[in-house]
Design a binder for this molecule. Structure first.
Ligand code: DGY
Length: 333
């Protein structure tokens, strides 16, 4: 019998063709996030789900699909899925792991450079016809990136890829993680620091921690107060790791020099957000992994993960979020 799959957003090729060849696909063709009611309606009777980081997949959703065998997320974060609940039901949960690390590190570096050199404000200045005097000795001065200190909060795959780029800029690199990684320390030339020390010493603080109960609101008022007045905060991880209201306060009070954000507590960023009116921030619409090559690779991996499980084959362990599920519902191959 043909397996039935629900895909919550149109993903790039070859992902969709791979799924359509083997399964009956129900696809949300709209370019908007499906509502909860739509998810619950469309998942009914399905064998597998391919979802996005914007879809909350919890027990209520799983209840609607008693035959569900696989949840494949087109993302590296999986905080939107109740993994414990899925495991208890024998549902395999997969993600795209480190496939997007390099693209996200590229964007992080673009943001470091953009905020240090005021690239976005300078572009506006030219377009808005404010550039009247040609070259000027004090026009739009920014900060050096080369030789500056970079603090990486979360030295996972993306954090490490950022560190590799920072070495090319001759930066001094500090990192903070739940646990020290001495092998990476010698490989990347990075030094472990307690979070408070990292915040106090860095010229650029870049967030790469995944979202969990320990990292939620990790960068709060007290932590922001530790940063240098000339420092910048860059976040390409998850908005909830930083207390956004406190960040706004710190930016308004010139407690830090600026911020560059690709992620927010609420996405899309509400039109009422004070961040929209601030000159010392660069704002992007969550595009860390958004390159043609990376998104296509993510689609291929997400589709393959899902098909493997439906074909009773274990997915590549690198992409399996809940290996414990193997003992709840072993696969045949
Ligand atoms: C992810 O996959 O978790 C990223 O945030 C997408 O850019």
């Amino acid at each position: 019998m043909t397996n039935k799959v629900y895909v919550t957003r149109k993903i790039p090729e070859p992902g969709l063709s791979m799924l359509s060849k083997e399964c009956k696909v129900t696809l949300n063709r709209k370019s908007s996030v499906p509502s909860r009611t739509e998810i619950i309606r469309n998942i009914a009777g399905k064998d597998a789900l391919l979802c996005m980081l914007s879809d909350r997949i919890d027990a209520e959703v799983m209840d609607a699909a008693p035959d569900l065998k696989a949840i494949s997320s087109y993302s590296t974060g999986f905080e939107h899925i109740d993994v414990k609940e899925a495991t208890a039901r024998g549902i395999y949960v997969t993600y795209t792991a480190d496939i997007l690390a390099e693209a996200t590190a590229d964007l992080t570096f673009a943001l470091i450079l953009a905020c240090a050199r005021g690239i976005v404000n300078a572009d506006r200045y030219v377009r808005e016809n404010k550039w009247k005097v040609g070259w000027a000795p004090d026009l739009m001065l920014g900060y050096n990136v080369h030789g500056a200190t970079l603090g990486i909060v979360g030295l996972g795959r993306i954090g490490a890829a950022v560190a590799r780029r920072a070495r090319g800029f001759n930066m001094k690199i500090l990192y903070h993680n739940r646990s020290r990684n001495q092998q990476l320390e010698s490989e990347l030339g990075v030094r472990y620091a307690e979070l408070d020390e990292l915040l106090a010493q860095s010229d650029f603080v870049s967030i790469h921690a995944s979202l969990n109960s320990q990292s939620r609101s990790l960068i709060d008022k007290a932590k922001l107060q530790l940063m240098k007045k000339t420092a910048f905060l860059i976040n390409t991880a998850r908005g909830q790791v930083v207390n956004e209201a406190e960040l706004v306060r710190a930016l308004k009070g010139n407690q830090i020099a600026g911020a560059a954000l690709d992620v927010f507590e609420k996405e899309p960023l509400p039109r009422t957000s004070p961040l929209l009116k601030m000159k010392n921030v660069v704002l992007l619409p969550h595009i860390g992994s958004a390159t043609y090559q990376t998104r296509s690779k993510m689609a291929e991996v997400a589709a393959r993960n899902l098909l493997n499980i439906l074909n009773e084959k274990y997915p590549d362990p690198a992409f399996l979020v809940n290996p414990q599920v193997k003992s709840v519902r072993p696969l045949k191959n």
